[in-house]
Write a protein that binds this ligand. Structure first.
Ligand SMILES: [Cu+2]
Length: 125
């Protein structure tokens, strides 16, 4: 399982944010992402976003299937990892540590860069 992505930096007073992950399953068997955790927030929840009648709604979306050889890409306005109860501001240039729990693959620990617009790795538009 190869996980990359980024988390959105917060503005002052903001206690929630989101992380957008790209999950690549290089295995020959399908897997499912069961849960995400970070020491930086009280809660991390897999969410999808849908728009119906001009109203944007988010709802819990786990467990998230990742087929054999497939890539699941989270994006602003779509699937994301909702972070609530942040213990400190998310600052541009810092890293957000994450632990992903897969049904077959077990725990995957990673960290993603914190930025304003994504791109990660110091890349800016
Ligand atoms: Cu959300």
């Amino acid at each position: 399982m190869h996980v990359t992505g980024w988390a959105r930096a917060t503005v002052p007073g903001q206690t929630g944010s989101a992380a957008y992950l790209s999950i690549h399953n290089g295995q020959r068997t399908a897997d499912r992402l069961l849960a995400v955790a970070t020491p930086a927030a009280a809660k991390a929840t897999i969410h999808t976003t849908s728009t119906a009648g001009g109203v944007v709604r988010m709802r819990a979306a786990g467990p998230l299937p990742v087929g054999a050889g497939q890539m699941v890409e989270m994006k602003p306005g779509g699937m994301h990892v909702m972070l609530t109860g942040l213990k400190a501001p998310l600052r541009v240039g810092q890293q957000l540590p994450l632990t992903l729990r897969f049904q077959r693959g077990g725990l995957v620990r990673t960290s993603v860069p914190i930025s304003l617009e994504g791109g990660g790795g110091g890349h800016r538009h």
